[in-house]
Design a protein around this ligand. Structure first.
Ligand code: UTP
Length: 471
């Protein structure tokens, strides 16, 4: 029997034989392409997902009685111990100087909300010089490796949607001054979309509708593509994980790294106090003694709204998708810890039974994704460390409004103005205006502390005016 016939039989056993509906019309190379797609997916796994997800609401089991707020270490201005922070910073710096840390960016997403044509990392984001997200991260990495006199390898997870374009972008931009031997690109896995009856969809007559399997797919992707082996070879113990959409992120934070190590945490997370009960970020909670992130849509309303006697939110710790992950833990997760899939009801274009292409106007299909934070309950001693929103979190998710390029531009300008103010610079009245812009390059400073050091030595000092770029 040919491998095509075998595959058809296997798919028939799972009630998915329709994906071969057009096989007779396809030239041999396209038949082979479909066959390749079919080999990529795990039918048994898909079948289980269809059985368990499509019939019932997700996380129906979450009850208010089960959840308590997760403990966290606060920043000094919110009651954290200043000395402990300093000690953590020193410990983290020692690890950095010892070459134990690498950066890890997940950049495989589709970025549908932003609606930008190209990998999200290639989106121009800074207020004056319009650097792209990738360039901002690259410069922050370069600044940190100079500061800690170390090599800081950078692992970037892409997906089939943007892998080639991402690599090309870095090559065209000469890796933004980084050593190309320290930048690694690897693809994440894919999952098929199914219609509301649980049938696999065809994107083309010769292709399944496949999409990235979520940032939680990164553990397996890190292992499959040899990234973990490369880290081991280089003596890397900790991965500094961040998303591609947040230019404010401290790509490397010595205090975070120090606390992570001191507490023996296998996976640590940054948190910010939520702006309101409705803010669309995950909530750090504890359930059965284990830390977990409960998505805003799954959070029982009474808990989201609950306040203490001082009127403060009880479940205040919001997740901003910044983590430290031990290499050993990533390895364990890749080999054993199977993270759950979450389903999302989406519009997925498909080829119908007559061979016509359909662009649905309403959600017609389910996609399945894994989330990185689902690894938290499986980690030893997971640590949650507060950070200051205005210093570290302003993602570009949407085309307009909240978490858009414009809100991020404003947050960057506000951050730079705060740093200037902190060193005693008197700001002209124009800085209050909506369209006032100014930018400080990461190669000059990546935080207030560094800015202070550099500014004091700067002679002559520039005049603060619209369009100023300090580099
Ligand atoms: P988002 O949840 O914002 O998803 O990803 P997205 O696909 O980028 O954007 P939308 O929802 O379609 O508008 C958060 C981070 O996780 C990465 C993204 O690239 C982003 O850095 N991600 C997401 C992956 O690397 N792979 C995925 O499968 C999903």
């Amino acid at each position: 029997m040919s491998s095509l016939q075998e595959m058809q039989q296997t798919f028939a056993r799972y009630g998915q034989e329709h994906v071969f509906r057009f096989i007779g019309e396809l030239p041999e190379n396209e038949q082979a392409e479909l066959l390749e797609n079919c080999r990529e997916i795990d039918l048994e796994e898909i079948n289980k997902l269809i059985q368990t997800h499509l019939q019932k609401e997700e996380d129906a089991s979450l009850s208010a009685d089960d959840l308590e707020p997760a403990p966290s270490i606060r920043v000094p201005e919110n009651g954290g111990d200043e000395e402990a922070w300093e000690k953590a910073r020193a410990d983290g710096e020692a690890l950095l100087r010892g070459g134990k840390v690498a950066c890890f960016t997940v950049a495989g997403g589709q970025g549908t909300r932003l609606g930008y044509d190209g990998p999200k990392g290639t989106y121009p984001v800074t207020p004056v010089s319009k650097k792209t997200l990738f360039q901002v991260f690259a410069e922050k990495i370069q600044a940190a490796s100079q500061r800690y006199e170390t090599r800081l390898p950078w692992f970037i997870m892409t997906s089939d949607l943007n892998h080639e374009e991402t690599e090309k972008f870095f090559a065209e931009n000469h890796f933004f001054g980084l050593d190309r031997n320290d930048v690694f690109f690897f693809r994440q896995g894919r999952m098929p979309a199914v219609d509301e009856k649980g049938k696999l969809l065809l994107a083309e007559k010769n292709a399944l509708a496949l999409s990235p399997d979520g940032h939680g797919g990164s553990f397996k992707a890190l292992a499959r593509n040899g990234a973990l082996a490369e880290m081991e070879k280089r003596g890397i113990e900790i991965l500094s994980y961040f998303q591609v959409d947040n230019p404010l992120v401290a790509v490397i934070d010595p205090a975070f790294i120090g606390f992570h190590q001191q507490t023996g945490s296998e996976m640590s997370s940054r948190m910010i106090p939520k702006r309101s009960p409705e803010e669309k970020v995950g909530n750090f909670c504890r359930k059965d003694g284990k830390i977990q992130v409960v998505e805003y849509s799954d959070m029982p309303e009474e808990l989201a709204q609950k306040t203490d006697t001082g009127g403060n939110l009880v479940f205040t710790a919001g997740s901003i998708a910044i983590h430290l992950i031990d290499r050993d833990f990533a390895n364990r997760m890749a080999n054993s810890g199977d993270l759950p899939f979450h389903q999302a009801h989406k519009k997925v274009p498909y080829v119908d039974e007559n061979g016509a292409k359909v662009e649905p106007s309403e959600p017609n299909a389910f996609k399945f994704e894994k989330f990185i934070f689902d690894a938290l309950p499986l980690a030893q001693n997971p640590l949650i460390l507060e950070t200051r929103r205005e210093e570290e979190f302003s993602p570009v998710k949407n085309a307009t409004g909240v978490d858009s390029a414009e809100s991020c531009r404003r947050d960057q300008v506000a951050q730079f103005l705060r740093w200037l103010s902190a060193v005693g610079v008197e700001l002209p009245a124009a800085t209050k205006e909506e369209d006032f812009s100014l930018e400080i390059s990461p190669l000059f400073a990546t935080n207030e502390r560094e800015f202070r050091e550099r500014w004091e030595r700067l002679d002559p000092k520039p005049k603060i005016q619209n369009g100023l770029y300090i580099s």
